[in-house]
Write a protein that binds this ligand. Sequence first.
Ligand code: 13P
Ligand code: SF4
Length: 308
Amino acid sequence: MQDRQQEFAILAEEIKKLKEQRNAVILAHLYQRPEVQDVADFIGDSLALSQQAAQTDAEVIVFCGVHFMAESAAILSPDKTVLLPEEKAGCPMADMITAEELRAKKKEHPNAVVVCYVNSSAEVKAESDVCCTSANAVKVVQSLPEDAEILFVPDQNLGHWVGLQTGRRIIYWEGYCNTHHRLQGDDIRRAKAEHPEALVLVHPECQPEVVAMADGVFSTSGMIKYAKESPAREFILGTEMGILHQLGKECPGKEFYMASNKLICPNMKSTTLEKVKWALEELEPRITVPEEIRVKAIDSLDKMLAVK
Ligand code: 13P
Ligand code: SF4
C-alpha cells in the first residue's frame, strides 16, 4: 500500500511537469479513482466539467472520465486537443441509443422536443434539440414551452424524475445506467436499518423506487454541496463510490455510507495515473468529432449551457 502511494506521488510529479510542457488542463469526474482526482485541475460533475471544457485557455484537455464527456469537450472546443487517457472508457447507457433509432422515434412523435442527457453520443446530440445533465435537467425541461411534448433520451430514470419534478408530458427512452440501476429499495432499507440517523442522498439515475425513498436527489456535485451545508452528520449514498474521495475532503467529521457495495462504474475506474501520464507524453488517444456532426451537436450543448 505504502509502495503504491509512493508510486502515485512520483507519477503525480511527472504528470505535473508534462502538463506544464503541454499547456494542458486535467479535468476529472467525481467517479474517478482518488489518485486521478488528486492530479486534476478541476474535479466535478458532468455539467461543471463541460463548462470548464468550454472555457479553458489550455491547448490540451485531458479528460479523466468517459467517452461522451471527452466528446462533448471536443464539440465545445474544436481547436483544442482532447485526450481520453483510456480510450475504451465508454458509458453503457450512452450506447443504448443510436442516431438511427432516435430518428425513427422522432418520426413517431414529429412534434416532440428532444431532450438529450449528455450521456449520449455526438450523433445522438446532433439529432436532439437540447442537452441536459443530471444537475440541470429540471431547469432545461422547465425552460421549454409548457405544452411541449418531450422525448427524453436515453435515461428512463432521469426522465422519470424530471417528469415528477416538472409535471411535464414526457416520452421516455428505455436506457439506464448499469451502475445506478442496480440499486434496489431493499439496499436502502438495509442501509437505513444499520444507520437510522443518516439522510439518504441518491442520484437521479437510480430507479424510481429508490428515488422515492431518498431524502435528497442530486447530481454528484449537488450531493457534495448538500452534504457540506447540511447540519446532518451521517449520509447514505446512492451513487458511484468515487464520490467518497471529495466528500471525505470537503466534509471532515461527517460519516458517509454506500447504500450498496455494487455502486462501482468499471468504466470510470479504468483511467489510471499511468494512462494519464502516457496520454500527456504521446498526445493520444485523441477524441475528435466529424465537423458535420459537431456543428449540429454543438447547438444542443450551447442551448443547455445557456439555461441558467
Ligand atoms: P453527473 O456527473 O451529472 O452527476 O452524472 C453522473 C454520471 O453518471 C456521469 O456518468
Ligand atoms: Fe455511464 Fe453510469 Fe458509468 Fe456514469 S456511472 S459513466 S452513467 S455507466
